[in-house]
Design a protein around this ligand. Structure first.
Ligand code: GLU
Length: 270
């Protein structure tokens, strides 16, 4: 079987070593390696970061096939997926601010905070009034109802085998944000299908998200690829490398004289 996979960075900064490791993990497995820029967040993504990611991947020799999929150029496509879900009555308007949500959340510190469902229970008259008043809103998935409609779903995780999807672990996720007419979860399932991705190879920080992606794939009639979540590259302190670790950006390493071979060797021995 030919493995078609993708690296899908968000151009919110220069490529750091951790991200490059993820790209390499995809590249080494894939027969066809695709690139996608997940740049729907206009407040954080910048064209210069997109250009710099492309330059760094080429420098490392991680060449992709075909056109780069640039999400910000395809908002109408995501809107049509969204409306399929809306027509099935699976979305609701959510007017909560971040502060409202954190006030309502009673989860213990450290636990992943789920949306407490405040607006799911809003009386329809109040909802209509808020919309008419022009209050900004997000669209959330009614995950419980959606999951009940979809029935029991499974996905194959390499190294673990078949896993039963538990979408409710992520609660009522946002599928269209107040400031952006779509969201990561919606775009990712849409584009993976569009790019004929057979295997999703990505960092383990996105493992949980798979549970909701599998549900969305089912609701939208899209195939579920095979999943493989790799461990994240850590720094000498044992902590995960992040964009804020400026020293770990590829362009800075390159400027300091590090070669692409040295970096690839480090990945091989990681
Ligand atoms: N855009 C996501 C990120 O940069 C990756 C999405 C994915 O691989 O599913 O973390």
């Amino acid at each position: 079987m030919s493995i078609i996979s993708r690296f899908a960075p968000s151009p919110t900064g220069h490529l750091h070593l951790g991200h490059a490791y993820s790209a390499w993990m995809v590249f080494r497995r894939a027969n066809i390696f695709r690139l996608r820029l997940e740049d729907i967040d206009a407040t954080r993504c910048r064209p210069e970061y997109a250009a710099s990611i492309e330059e760094d991947l080429r420098w490392l020799g991680l060449d992709w096939e075909g056109e780069i999929r640039v999400q910000s150029a395809h908002f109408p496509e995501y809107a049509s997926s969204l409306s399929q879900l809306q027509q099935r009555g699976l979305l609701y308007t959510c007017f909560c601010s971040r502060a409202d949500i954190s006030r309502a959340i009673t989860a213990p510190h450290g636990a992943e905070a789920l949306y407490p469902g405040t607006c799911r229970h809003l009386p329809e008259t109040e909802r209509a009034k808020k919309i008419a008043s022009g209050a900004p809103y997000a669209l959330r998935l009614n995950t419980h109802t959606a999951s009940a409609q979809a029935g029991r779903l499974k996905f194959f995780e390499e190294g673990s085998g078949w896993i039963t999807a538990e979408p409710e672990r992520l609660g009522d996720v946002v599928l269209a944000r107040k400031d952006t007419p779509t969201s990561y979860h919606l775009c990712v399932v849409h584009d993976d299908a569009l790019q004929n991705i057979t295997h999703i190879i990505r960092g383990e920080d996105l493992r949980e998200a798979t549970h909701i992606h599998v549900l969305l794939q089912n609701l939208l009639g899209l195939p579920t690829p095979v999943y493989a979540h790799h461990r994240l590259l850590t720094g000498p302190d044992g902590k995960r490398l992040a964009k804020r670790d400026r020293a770990a950006t590829l362009r800075e390493m390159r400027a300091a004289g590090t070669t692409a071979e040295t970096i690839l060797q480090r990945f091989q021995s990681a």
